[in-house]
Design a protein around this ligand. Structure first.
Ligand SMILES: N[C@@H](CCC(=O)N[C@@H](CS)C(=O)NCC(=O)O)C(=O)O
Length: 191
C-alpha cells in the first residue's frame, strides 16, 4: 500500500490508522509547495487533488473517512471496526461519517468565527460537543473499552483543535484527547 502524505495535512489521520492496523505501507511524500497534489498523475488517484490518498493494488481510495473505513475492514485482526452484521456496525458507520460531515465543518465554523447555517447540513459546534460527550458516555472510547477507527476519525479532530490553540475544550473532551495521545501509535502532526 502507498499513502500519499504530507505531515502537515489530514494524511496524518490516515497514517495513524495504518499504524494502529499494523499495516505494512510505503509513504509517498507530497510537496504542497511544488503543487505535487495537482499533477495529472496524482489527480488520477484523487481527482479532488487533496490528501490523504491511499493506493492498494488496483484500489485508489480518497477522503480520510473512506480510507479509515477501508483499512478497518481490510485488517480485521486489528479489531478496529465492527464487522458487517455486528450490532455496533450501524453506530460505527454513523460516527465515521459524522466525523467529516458534521464535526469537522462545525469545528471549522467555530475556529473561523463563521455562522453555522443549518441549511448547510451540520449543527453548531456546541451541539457537536454534546453529541460526542454523549457518545463517549463513561468511555474511555466511543465504544467503551473498544478503541475503533471512529476514535481515529473523531479523536483526530479534537487533537487538531488542541494543536490550533485557544481555550481548552470541555474537561471530558480534553481527557479523551489525553487518552488518545497516550496511545503508542497516536497521531503525530508535522513530523
Ligand atoms: N475531506 C477531505 C479533506 C482533504 C483536504 O482538504 N486535504 C488538505 C490537506 S489537510 C489538502 O490536500 N489541501 C491541499 C489543497 O487543497 O490544495 C478528507 O478528509 O480527505
Amino acid at each position: 500500500m502507498k499513502l500519499y502524505y504530507n505531515p502537515r495535512s489530514r494524511a496524518a489521520i490516515a497514517k495513524w490508522m495504518l499504524d494502529e492496523c499494523g499495516a505494512d505501507y510505503e509513504i509517498v511524500p507530497v510537496d504542497f509547495a511544488k503543487r505535487e497534489h495537482k499533477t495529472p498523475e496524482f489527480l488520477k488517484i484523487n481527482p479532488a487533488g487533496k490528501l490523504p490518498a491511499l493506493v492498494d493494488g488496483d484500489s485508489r481510495i480518497f477522503e480520510g473517512a473512506a480510507i479509515c473505513l477501508y483499512l478497518g475492514d481490510k485488517f480485521p485482526e486489528a479489531n478496529l471496526a465492527p464487522k458487517i452484521g455486528a450490532p455496533e456496525r450501524g453506530r460505527y458507520l454513523s460516527l465515521m461519517v459524522y466525523s467529516t460531515s458534521q464535526v469537522e465543518p462545525a469545528m471549522g465554523d467555530k475556529l473561523l468565527g463563521a455562522t453555522t447555517l443549518p441549511q448547510r447540513g451540520w449543527t453548531d459546534f456546541e451541539t457537536v460537543k454534546d453529541v460526542i460527550e454523549g457518545a463517549l458516555g463513561d468511555g474511555p472510547y466511543l465504544f467503551g473499552d473498544w478503541f475503533t477507527a471512529a476514535d481515529v476519525m473523531i479523536g483526530s479532530m479534537f487533537i487538531w483543535k488542541r494543536m490550533w490553540g485557544g481555550p481548552p475544550e470541555r474537561p471530558k473532551l480534553e481527557a479523551y484527547v489525553d487518552r488518545l495521545l497516550a496511545r503508542p501509535k497516536a497521531m503525530k502532526v508535522g513530523s
